[in-house]
Design a binder for this molecule. Structure first.
Ligand SMILES: Cc1cc2nc3c(=O)[nH]c(=O)nc-3n(C[C@H](O)[C@H](O)[C@H](O)COP(=O)(O)OP(=O)(O)OC[C@H]3O[C@@H](n4cnc5c(N)ncnc54)[C@H](O)[C@@H]3O)c2cc1C
Length: 390
């Protein structure tokens, strides 16, 4: 009861500032001109949107929350979610590429990195000169990352990494990878350390690009570390504190993924409005039928609820308040809303909704993937339950 009161007592100002509006308008504009004409083809051909990313970098979208002193834009988390939402409305693949780069690679280096690490890695990441990735998942360690098996053994002033990371977003295209590896086999979660690994160090074999259900233009692949030699100076944060850092990192990451889900849900809704008001059956637009109206009403309501959760998690983060449970609520609800909205959108489009030519078909496939990465819905419920019962 006390916990519930704590949650409801946090009042949020829903008014966007001029800076928020500008960030959203800029993202909307670039998504319309640089992503919309190509997104469908990128999805079909699994093409990584490299050229578009260069344009996003010129707008500062590869260092959204990073201070200007380190090459970023210095925008707040509300601006961050508005940008990811707008990109995802048009191309969910581009949105996750940008989200992973910003929230789970550049941001932890900003939060935990030494000045030298920031100059060497954060500045080029924020400027978009280098692309970042985050490597936690392994074949035997998905929802349970504490069981990871990649090892990092110390040899003088270097560590040698051996192991396999799987499903890594930006895996083949990234220059800088944040890698979680075991430095102490006698400990479980406290035996894991985070490393900033530059692909130029060598000893990394990049597996083939996964042929995925959705988010197909993002590059997802296996990374195999075979005697990859990393300077001890590239340990991020404290030795043995890597899992904690990774989980903290994923908290912010989840807000970005929640914003991505929100964008997909909105796209499914807008396409459904457009289609149902134009498509006629029985001599009337199908939007006149109550069955369709109820689907549209449910979609609109759930999208507004998801939006509140996503913006609220970002708002709490901007005020330096705890937001782990809220980030999980946002990720859980927004991703499941995206799935429900996309399913309804396909239904509203009838047979056409099953065709690759129609946008809602891509929403449907993308939404399913969003329910899984950066923590499945089951893991989000686990985190929320732990928070509300403690
Ligand atoms: C497209 C894509 C991109 C990805 N990008 C990255 C990336 O950039 N970096 C990275 O490190 N990882 C990445 N991942 C990995 C992703 O985070 C994992 O797939 C996810 O965390 C689930 O792990 P798993 O696939 O091993 O499933 P498992 O952990 O094996 O889970 C299988 C099922 O069991 C359920 N389950 C597991 N444990 C519990 C429990 N305790 N209680 C209830 N249910 C449970 C899960 O919810 C799920 O339904 C990506 C995955 C995908 C699909």
């Amino acid at each position: 009861m006390a916990t519930l009161f704590l949650y409801t007592a946090r009042i949020m100002d829903f008014e966007l500032t001029n800076q928020h509006r500008l960030a959203r308008a800029t993202a909307r504009d670039v998504a319309r001109t640089e992503l919309a004409p190509y997104a469908q083809e990128w999805d079909q051909t699994m093409t990584f949107p490299g050229e578009a990313l260069k344009k996003l970098a010129r707008l500062g979208f590869m260092g959204i929350s990073i201070p200007k002193a380190y090459g970023g834009c210095g925008l707040d988390s509300i601006s961050y979610v508005l940008i990811i939402e707008e990109l995802a409305k048009v191309c969910a693949s581009t949105a996750i590429i940008v989200s992973v780069h910003n929230s789970v690679c550049a941001y932890p280096i900003f939060m935990l990195g030494t000045e030298e690490q920031k100059q060497s890695y954060l500045v080029p990441l924020s400027r978009g000169e280098k692309l970042g990735a985050f490597a936690l998942t392994e074949p035997n360690a998905g929802s349970d990352p504490a069981s990871l098996e990649t090892v990092a053994e110390r040899h003088g002033d270097h560590f040698i990494l051996n192991g396999t990371k799987t499903f890594i977003t930006n895996g083949s295209t990234a220059d800088i990878v944040l890698v979680m590896a075991r430095t102490d086999r006698t400990k479980r979660s406290r035996g894991i350390t985070a490393f900033i690994v530059d692909k130029s160090f060598g000893g990394i074999i990049v597996g083939s690009k996964e042929n995925k259900l959705g988010i197909r233009a993002s590059d997802t692949c296996e990374l195999i570390f075979k005697r990859c030699t990393v300077p001890a100076a590239n340990v991020l944060g404290e030795l043995g504190a890597g899992l904690g850092a990774a989980l903290d990192t994923l908290t912010f990451g989840r807000v970005g993924v929640a914003a991505q889900a929100l964008g997909v849900a909105e796209c499914a809704f807008e396409e459904s409005i457009r289609y149902s008001t134009q498509r006629k059956q029985f001599g009337r637009p199908i939007a006149d039928f109550q069955a369709i109206q109820w689907m549209l009403a449910d979609m609109a309501t759930e999208i507004e609820a998801a939006r509140s959760l996503v913006y609220r998690a970002a708002w709490l983060k901007d005020r330096g308040k705890p937001f782990a449970a809220e980030a999980s609520m946002a990720k859980l609800y927004a991703s499941e809303t995206a799935m429900r909205c996309a399913t309804k959108a396909v239904q509203i489009h009838g047979g056409y909704g099953c065709m690759k030519d129609y946008r809602v078909e891509r929403c449907f496939r993308d939404a399913k993937v969003i329910e899984i990465y950066e923590g499945t819905s089951e893991i989000q419920r686990l985190i929320i339950a732990r928070n509300v019962t403690k």
